[in-house]
Design a binder for this molecule. Sequence first.
Ligand code: NOJ
Ligand code: CA
Length: 667
Amino acid sequence: MKRLLFFAVTLLAISCSKQQVLSPDGHTHIAFRLTQAGAPEYSVIQDGDTLIQWSALGLSCMEQDLTTGFRLMDIDRESRSERWETVWGEEHWIDDRHHEMTVELEHQSGIRMNIVFRAFDDGIAFRYELVPAQSEAEADDRLIILDEATEYRFTADHQAWSIPWRTEYYEGLWTKSPLSEITDTLCSPVTLEMTNDHYAFVHEAALTDYPAQNLYMADGALKTYLTPWLDSTAHVTPVKAYEQMPFVTPWRMVILARSLPEMVASRIMLNLNEPCAIEDPSWIKPMKFIGIWWGMHMKSMTWEQGPIHGATTTNMERYLRFAKEHGIEAVLAEGWNLGWEDWKHFSFTEPYSDWDMDYLSQLADSLGVAIIGHNETGGNAADYEDVLDEAYAYHQKHNIRAIKTGYVSPIIRTKDGLQLNKGQSGVRHYRKVIETAAKYHICIDNHEPVMPTGLQRTWPNLMTQEGVRGQEWNAWSQDGGSPCNHVTILPFTRIMAGPVDYTPGVFAFENPVMPQTRVHSTLTGQLGLFVCFYSPLQMACDLPENYMRHPEAFRFIESVPCDWERSMLIDGRIGEYCIFARQRRGGEDWYIGGITNENARNITIPLSMLTEGKTYSARVYHDDDDADWQTKPYAYVIDQATFTSTDTIRLRMASGGGLAIELKPEN
Ligand code: NOJ
Ligand code: CA
């Protein structure tokens, strides 16, 4: 009896009070409460300032309204402080330090909903765990989710960087506007420049068997709009997800950073994903690659067989030998397989007659260069799923260890009919691809993907993804190509969500087919991208002959790594410029890359990241005084110098320009 009374009193105490969890450094805390009606809410306070005021939580489902009618059952607390090793990444080692609070709720229907909150020093996260009602009579473990009530009620009118939610394949230009002026529904992530000069990054982590999050402004709050299922006529339905309890949702996360370097350094998203599911991932290797690719986008080659077919045995042999000579680990070939005539019926096991797969795979092996395969599905994910095993066995047999996949079609055909690729069905398809590829020791470079959410921690064979208005737009976009500021926005928006296959490295700026369209960059700006844009499969996109017009500048591409020990943003402003420094994984050399928008600028780079007492010999690639992306993109200078950690480098970046520096220790 005494024990029962104690239990009842404890429960009463928990349910009346506000609960909170503090970050390890004590600066940030998440508070939780239930309203009178039993609606769960949270708020976030950092250094005494309320950043997110009481905001709704919960799910509305066909069966039950899980946004209200809850009572608090218990609170569970845990902490983690650990360091884990990445298979590849921007950092070799990542610290996961957080405090966790699980709020256990029971709904009036008997369904249990736990909300797991995590407070990190650099942000917050939470997810829902759904458990079916315990009593036999009430038990039904299905839930059809109509919407998620999650909102982020920021307390000030911050500037938000975003793209609209129906941007095809996320290939759009990001724009900035105050939260109060947002009228569209937006893709997740959204990056906020906060009124107190801090930064927030709102996104999700570990998106698994659930629709991708989108965000819209209503009633003063940023609210969640889950990607809907489509009906048989490809129209939006009210259903967002079909779930079987027990299940967990992806994490909702907000990085809260006091500076831009701190935001870029945040690893919350990876920490929220599960550890590596591949027992021995030693077959997964970061690689730089060239490819039979840019020629098709510039229309000097074709994907389909014909007089200017790109992926021929002769061409591929030339590319493979070029890669070998210049220390590039791999070569991609698009248009090697049957199906490009109608983009509908692709074969992933049958090459065109002018592509000798056996010969090329043996040649690649003997040269020690990898072939990167290409599986464009034209958006037919359902048919692709049917032949996945066969396709990957074929690639494995030919020693192809990475495949670029593609889904060119605004709506894809999944096993569930026509669906948005970021809906639940699309999310399931992409996961199936990654897991099947892992069985065959194949890495994936996914084009037209769902926005990344850090799954590469669990499945490191998911190496890179597009989901960006990439370089290809500078070949054929009717609007003339991406403006200079585009590349200075991406590191703080799209690339915060994960590695990007942007394909930097254009060395020839003339566009004979579309003279009004071009790359808005200087040659040095293209070099800077190799450091500023992170991708463990990093393509140097231009043709070998264009690289050989500037062999001295190409040296930077030859030597820059794509796997890092440490990475940092030295300086930057979203949409204006950025300077990144990264140290080679397992090595001592450092690489610095910079890019700027249409404004030329002088910048100062302190070299304090270098090891004290060591002297570094440097090759510094920078824009010449009269360089300009429009009038003189090829005007670059390469300087040699030595530096120590107490030195500072001062350089000018031209309009649309950049810089690239390689620093190797001498002693
Ligand atoms: C779109 C991809 O983004 C591009 O890289 C590829 O060349 C084409 N689809 C053809 O698959
Ligand atoms: Ca694309």
